[in-house]
Design a protein around this ligand. Structure first.
Ligand SMILES: [Ca+2]
Ligand SMILES: [Ca+2]
Ligand SMILES: [Ca+2]
Length: 816
């Protein structure tokens, strides 16, 4: 009987196997349980060129571990290497295939990729109508990239040989003449060749015809085989954000089907993703609503109930509450249910038990939110003070950057999306030193430039926080005279005042030295823009002197021939000047009595900028016959309702009671808008789908909700203010970690895209953009890989917005 039964099982295997084959689904990707193979659902866009999000991608047991499948021109493509443009994408349902034509305009080079489901594998074939252009012969190849943090330390086999993927890049390289390297984006160069005229090219770790990665981890195992030679590279040799690359060079002089790979991602039979229980990692106050959102695999069956467990002071646990699971429904690829435990009010330490899934513990206590902004104000913001030496205990975060100052930018197109037109709008000649700009200001984000618009927002955000809440917190020593900042050292001055002063110093310097606002003070060369390390070492601190040879230093040690000085992009924008005028007026008001000299300079520049900007705008208007701008900004309309509500409410302190009554209908409309998110998604907040995950949008929404509640508590109830805090602190898709590297959270995110991202670390108080949406149905926030700015980069404007959100939120929550 037993043997017969085995035979019977064997005989039916192909049928069972068939049911587990990859198939093309309604969302136009290949799917089997545990494996999604996407074929150009996301295109390379060539804009900012941080392309680790496109081409052929594999979402393997819920994690996007493979991407970048495309014809590429380098062994290990970097950010700013050329990316292929998608010309067409065709889904052939009958053949079970997806066909994509891509093109490199720079080389007049077209290729077609056809991906076809073949059982549990896909065949990836490259077709050419014309042979690879001569310049790219031996360089153009088909590449696919594997996420290092998911593959390092895993074992692999290549044609039977064993190996282990390295934790850190140490494989061999060669150098080759620059003339052999494919052009980079707009002709920029990502590397400083130190005068050798040669570029570094990594050599493969392994070469063969069949390779299996992660033989020791079923969730990650992928087998690739081909008649062509497969080469495995470590992309981190050239750039810390590189991935492992598997590649076959396309044959020269051939047309038709020139390459074929078989790619089989292993699937764990019957795999069901672990439930993601979203809750506030900071905890809850006793009287607030407490609803966990549970994200479930579509093959998972929701449980009927969940429990809230209390950890007693003696270490024992007991059930504090058991309640029904309510259904919310599907949202993109997952299914959502909710667990409401609002009735639990007793302060204590708790965790959620849902089936066999147990969360980490969290607090219910009246004081859980008391410290939510402290890391941001005490640590993140002062570390981002430019033109200062910043110290913390034994650690120096950075020395004083850009001592040589800033040069007038020549006409240029820029890698960080800036532009200097043919006229400079200043008295300076291209590459002439503009004196006095290396003072004050804040680093933009994970990079070190001063975005003037963002810096205006920063000063505005600090002024708003100061005027509304007057925070007296003093944990930072700031000496403008010593150009020195010391963290956790009180100096008798409220830190926010010092931050306002620091931002104002740079804006006033721009107004005084340039005559108007620069769009940005940024890097002149790409090879120091992607700098990771001490900001003071981005430039050599010596004035650039073109009469010296590159890398040569003058006899007096003050000048060098290395063109590394930062540039000021000075094309005049009257609108930017008007924004600056407004913020400088406010800064003058706030700084009076603390720094009278700076306050007077700020007021003088504000008056001049406003007058000149209005004249310029009037001239522009007269030229174009455009209607005059109205100051009544809060017109009704859904698209900008958040901004309109904010503008309307911000005016309340200056207006009378009649005004407050007049804006009630707008606030009522806003209240309905807030509620509408309960239907739009399971998390009840606006969720962005752009290539920047959009924490700014969520924070703007949160600030508007807070203010609407403060001024109109009868329209917007207190319960509404917890929507955004829940989202930020862990109640969101993908994982349940707090997006804020925050004091008080039990499980904050561990990696962020900050200027220390190469250390797989974070700067305390940073706020991640959050969930990056990948077409057609995937939300993602890596917590083991910091290098995707769209999901992990904190910005100076966003983080100071967070201070306003947090300050207003605390103000509401602590009111009895
Ligand atoms: Ca920037
Ligand atoms: Ca201070
Ligand atoms: Ca220099």
């Amino acid at each position: 009987m037993k043997n017969l039964l085995s035979l019977f099982v064997l005989a039916t295997m192909p049928l069972i196997g068939h049911a587990q084959d990859l198939r093309l689904n309604d969302r136009e990707y290949f799917e089997r349980q545990g494996v999604n193979v996407l074929v150009f659902s996301n295109n390379f866009n060539g804009g900012f060129n941080d392309e680790k999000n496109s081409g052929i991608e594999i979402i393997h047991h819920g994690v996007r571990t493979v991407q970048g499948g495309a014809v590429r021109l380098n062994n290990t493509p970097e950010q700013w290497d050329l990316v292929p443009k998608t010309i067409s994408r065709k889904v052939n349902r009958e053949q079970g295939s997806i066909e994509v034509v891509t093109r490199y305009d720079d080389y007049d080079f077209d290729s077609k990729i056809i991906v076809t489901a073949k059982g549990k594998a896909v065949e990836i074939a490259v077709w050419l109508d014309k042979p690879v252009p001569a310049q790219l012969a031996g360089e153009a190849g088909f590449n696919i990239e594997f996420l290092p943090s998911q593959y390092w330390l895993k074992t692999y086999t290549v044609d039977g040989r064993l190996g282990r993927l390295p934790r850190y890049a140490t494989s061999l390289t060669v150098t080759r003449p620059n003339s052999e390297k494919a052009r980079q984006f707009k002709g920029f160069k990502t590397y400083d060749d130190r005068g050798t005229d040669r570029f570094v090219d990594p050599l493969p770790i392994e070469t063969g015809h069949q390779i299996t990665l992660a033989t020791d981890q079923p969730e990650r195992m992928v087998t690739v085989s081909s008649d062509a030679e497969l080469k495995l590279y470590d992309g981190r040799i050239l750039a810390q954000n590189g991935w492992y690359v598997l590649r076959s060079v396309l044959p020269a002089s051939k047309t038709g089907k020139v390459l074929s790979w078989t790619v089989e991602p292993h699937a764990i039979p019957g795999w069901i993703r672990e439930p993601n229980i979203g809750f506030s990692q900071v905890g809850y106050t006793p009287d607030q609503p407490k609803v966990a959102v549970i994200e479930l695999d579509k093959n998972d069956t929701p449980k009927a109930t969940a429990s809230l467990m209390r950890i007693n002071p003696d270490g024992t646990t007991q059930q504090a509450f058991s309640g029904a699971i309510s259904n919310w429904g599907p949202y993109y690829k997952y299914n959502y249910v909710k667990f409401d435990f609002s009735s639990v009010r007793q302060p204590g330490v708790y965790y959620i038990q849902y089936g066999s899934t147990r969360t980490n513990d969290f607090l219910i206590d009246a004081h859980v939110y008391d410290k939510i902004t402290d890391a941001t104000t005490d640590v993140w913001v002062p570390i981002h003070m430019n033109h200062m030496y910043v110290n913390e205990g034994y650690r120096t975060w950075h020395g004083e950057p850009f001592k040589e100052g800033y040069l007038q930018a020549p006409e240029s197109d820029h890698f960080d999306l800036h532009r200097q037109g043919p006229t400079t709008d200043t008295k300076y000649k291209p590459l002439e030193l503009i004196p006095g700009l290396n003072v004050g200001g804040f680093f933009d984000a994970g990079d070190f430039d001063i975005e003037t618009g963002s810096n205006i927002n920063v000063v505005q955000n600090f002024i708003r926080t100061w005027e509304l809440f007057k925070p007296q917190r003093d944990e930072t020593f700031v000496s403008q005279q010593q150009r020195y900042v010391d963290l956790h050292r009180p100096d008798g001055v409220p830190d926010i005042l010092q931050f306002i002063e620091h931002g104002t110093l740079n804006l006033v310097a721009q107004a005084e030295q340039i005559g108007h606002m620069a769009s940005t003070l940024s890097n002149s060369v790409l090879d120091n823009y992607h700098h990771l390390g001490d900001a003071a070492s981005i430039t050599d601190g010596l004035h650039y002197d073109p009469s010296l040879k590159p890398y040569e230093v003058s006899a007096d040690g003050k000048r060098s021939g290395t063109p590394d000085d930062m540039w000021a992009f000075t094309t005049r924008s009257p609108r930017l000047d008007l924004q600056a005028a407004d913020v400088l007026t406010s800064a003058a008001r706030v700084l009076k009595g603390y720094n009278d000299e700076l306050a007077a300079r700020a007021q003088r520049q504000a008056d001049r900028l406003r007058k000149e900007a209005n004249q310029l705008l009037e001239q522009q208007r007269a030229r174009t016959n455009a209607p005059a701008m109205t100051n009544d900004a809060w017109l009704f309309g859904d698209a900008s309702i958040v901004r309109n509500v904010q503008v309307a409410i911000d005016s309340i302190p200056m207006k009378d009671e009649a005004y407050r009554q007049r804006i009630r209908p707008l606030v009522e409309k806003f209240a309905a808008y807030i509620k509408s998110f309960d239907q739009q998604n399971p998390y009840g907040v606006p969720i962005g789908l752009g290539n920047w995950a959009g924490v700014n949008m969520v924070l703007n929404f949160g600030i508007a909700v807070n203010y609407a509640h403060i001024y109109f508590p009868d329209i917007v109830s207190k319960d509404e203010v917890y929507r955004v805090s829940n989202w930020l602190y862990g109640c969101h898709p993908y994982h349940n970690y707090s997006f804020v590297a925050v004091v008080g959270a039990a499980r904050p995110k561990q990696v962020f895209y900050g200027n220390n991202r190469a250390d797989f670390s974070f700067i305390p108080g940073n706020v991640a953009p959050g969930l990056l949406f990948r077409q057609p149905d995937h939300f993602e926030n890596y917590d083991d890989w910091p290098f995707l700015w769209g999901q992990n980069e904190g910005t100076i404007a966003g983080n100071t917005q967070y201070i306003i959100f947090g300050s207003s939120f605390k103000n509401i929550v602590t009111q009895q």
